[in-house]
Ligand binder design. Structure first.
Ligand code: ASP
Ligand code: MG
Length: 628
């Protein structure tokens, strides 16, 4: 029997009437022949109210007790939902996270799922009941109640879909091996046919936030990576970790409105048609903070010291930009969410003192990003973005690129203007070629684009079962080395609107394709820009860049370096796992390999090292992340 996990967000269960409506939806799915698991969030603003309550008692509520408090919000919802379903004449049973064995680590208020037992859910489902599970919560190994971080109910829903899909009938509490064998023998019988529907107060994923840019358009389908990159840059529709899970365990998702019956947005594996356009969405993170560490010794191990100290505090770093050093010194810039700034500065300041470097920071900054799978195959995307921003009079403080995302940091006051201008430039208000499901089509009618369910064909069930036992471990899927590019660095670029754009216009006019771009501030009023181009184009790129840079400042220094190796660590959970950068930089530091450039995105972290150390660095990173 197919199984569907339906998740209802806080607004979808805010009133009795809405709970009844959600209950009817679950019943409809049950009566249409599916087993149904319902995951609910706390009602309306309950979680915020609980946080306020705690604040009335103390400014610094202990994290363990905070989780004890917050978990009550979801417990109210599950009970009411079970009553609603039963009142409407179907069988239902509610469970807390602890009751179905959602085991997490012990990081209160931001715990990660380690394992989920399917036994109790299976049993109830097999008795014909609709199973209702409290989102957002779990239990650690010492039976303390934990929560998964704000918005964590999405993660609960996807995680439940993942385990139900890949772990068939559990034979005992921990019978993972047996489960693997069961599935192997039973083909894709029990585990297949699992879908996950996320019901919320918006009707899907938009090209950008329609409240900010009214001409934003709903997307019919989007790839996991696109959604991941968008979610990481503030497309607040879903919790990033839930999408990582979905990708990792092949769970197709549909985000849709709980108030209407219109199709929402499918979040699915990447397919060909997604390459038709370079950009599928744009987003803004309004409340970022930038930290710059200026004048750190350009030596092996320094980045590692900095980012491991930050990771130690469980602070997630977002953009990281480090350019090629000069005069034995480098500067490293990164962003954290504004709320994490005080903690971050507390860690970084003493460290900088010991390194003889200085720390600067900016609070009023926003990050604007464009995302699209099609960037892999389209050229000149960055140049178009920068030209749009220059045209809108927006200055860029920092630039990082991933393979399907370009992010720039701008003054908060310019954020919305910047977002609008890129949305317009990439014509995101127009239908996305090839992306639309035909009007009125059910997803099952167009399986190639948006499969309602995926089967387990071609996946190694034993490996999946193994992964499920450490559900949220970082999964680095690949480490790659590339020596076919050289880098150009412009030192001391005046930090003014349009300068970067002019550089890339000149380079693009020369027919040269730019790959990675990193820009960072390097002291007051000065930016440093590095980018990579094919080795064969390096000399020409140097000449073109020099010509432009000398227009800004006749003494401008531009350097070409053919002697670089670029290394990419690809995977999921790169950002939400504070330890990725630490592990990566640590592996290189251990071997005394100097990191010359750093660039990050949600699904890819890249570093540049000296070319002769490339192979060695590759081996070190593969070992660090267990990649063959
Ligand atoms: N109730 C929790 C929150 O508001 C979890 C969720 O809604 O997903 O953060
Ligand atoms: Mg909520």
């Amino acid at each position: 029997m197919p199984l569907v996990v339906q998740k209802f967000g806080g607004s979808s269960v805010a009133t009795a009437e809405r709970i009844m409506r959600a209950a009817r939806r679950a019943i409809n799915a049950r009566q249409a022949g599916s087993q149904v698991i319902v995951v609910v969030s706390a009602r309306g603003d309950t979680t915020d109210e609980l946080i306020e309550l705690a604040k009335e008692i103390t400014d610094r509520p202990p994290a363990r007790e905070m989780d004890m408090l917050l978990a009550t919000g979801e417990q109210i919802s599950i009970a009411l939902m079970a009553m609603a379903i039963q009142t409407l004449g179907e069988k239902a049973i509610s469970f807390t996270g602890a009751q179905i064995g959602i085991v997490t680590d012990s990081y209160h208020t931001k715990a990660r799922i380690k394992n989920i037992s399917t036994q109790r859910m299976r049993q109830a489902l097999d008795e014909g009941k609709i199973v209702i599970v409290a989102g957002f919560q779990g239990i650690d190994e010492d039976y303390n109640i934990t929560t998964l971080g704000r918005g964590g109910s999405d993660t609960t829903a996807v995680a439940l879909a993942a385990v139900m899909k890949h772990r068939g009938q559990e034979t005992g509490g921990r019978g993972q091996e047996a489960a693997g064998r069961n599935q192997g023998a039973g083909g894709r019988g029990q585990g297949s046919g699992v879908g996950c529907e996320i019901y919320t107060d918006v009707d899907g994923v938009y090209t950008t936030d329609p409240r900010i840019v009214p001409e934003a358009r709903k997307l019919d389908a989007i790839s996991y990576d696109e959604m991941l990159e968008l979610a990481s840059v503030g497309a607040g529709v879903m919790h990033s970790r839930s999408i990582e899970f979905a990708k990792k365990f092949d769970v197709p998702l549909q985000v849709r409105s709980s108030f209407t019956d219109t199709e929402g947005t499918w979040i699915v594996p990447e397919s060909e048609w997604m390459h038709d356009v370079p950009v599928c969405g744009a987003a803004i993170v309004k409340d970022e903070a930038r930290v710059g560490i200026v004048g750190v010794p350009d030596q092996p191990g320094i980045s590692h010291r900095i980012f491991s100290a930050i990771a130690q505090e469980n602070i997630a770093v977002d953009m990281i930009a480090q350019n090629v050093g000069s005069g034995g010194k480098a500067s490293i810039g990164f962003t954290v969410t504004k709320t994490e700034l005080p903690n971050t500065l507390a860690v970084v300041r003493p460290l900088a003192v010991s390194l003889g470097a200085s720390v600067e920071h900016a609070e009023e900054v926003s990050k604007v990003s464009i995302v699209g799978t099609g960037m892999r195959t389209h050229t000149g995307v960055a140049e178009r973005m920068f030209a749009a921003l220059a045209g809108a009079g927006v200055n860029m403080k920092m630039i990082t690129t991933g393979d399907i995302k370009i992010s720039v940091l701008v003054d908060k006051a310019d954020g919305v203007k910047a977002l609008r201008s890129v949305h317009q430039t990439f014509q995101l208000d127009k239908p996305r070629a090839g992306a639309g499901l035909p009007v009125g089509a059910t997803p099952a009618a167009v399986p190639a684009r948006a499969p309602a369910v995926l089967d387990d064909n071609g996946r190694d069930l034993a490996a999946i079962t193994q992964q499920l036992s450490s559900m949220e471990e970082i999964v680095v899927s690949d480490v790659q080395l590339s020596t076919d590019q050289g880098s150009i660095t412009v030192f001391d670029l005046p930090d003014e609107t349009g300068n970067c754009s002019k550089v890339f216009q000149a380079v693009a006019a020369g027919g040269i394709i730019v790959d990675t771009i990193v820009q960072n501030l390097a002291g007051p009023g000065r930016a440093q820009l590095s980018f990579s181009v094919p080795q064969a184009d390096l000399d020409r790129a140097l000449q073109l860049t020099c010509a432009v840079a000398q227009n800004f400042d006749p003494a401008a220094q531009v350097l070409a370096d053919a002697n670089i190796a670029r290394l990419f660590v690809l995977g999921i959970g790169m950002r939400t796992h504070t330890g990725v950068a630490r592990r990566m930089f640590g592996a290189l530091a251990e071997r005394g390999i100097n990191i010359r450039m750093i660039n990050t995105s949600e699904v890819r972290v890249s570093v540049v090292v000296d070319q002769p150390r490339g192979e060695e660095a590759l081996a070190a990173l593969k070992a660090a992340f267990n990649v063959r």
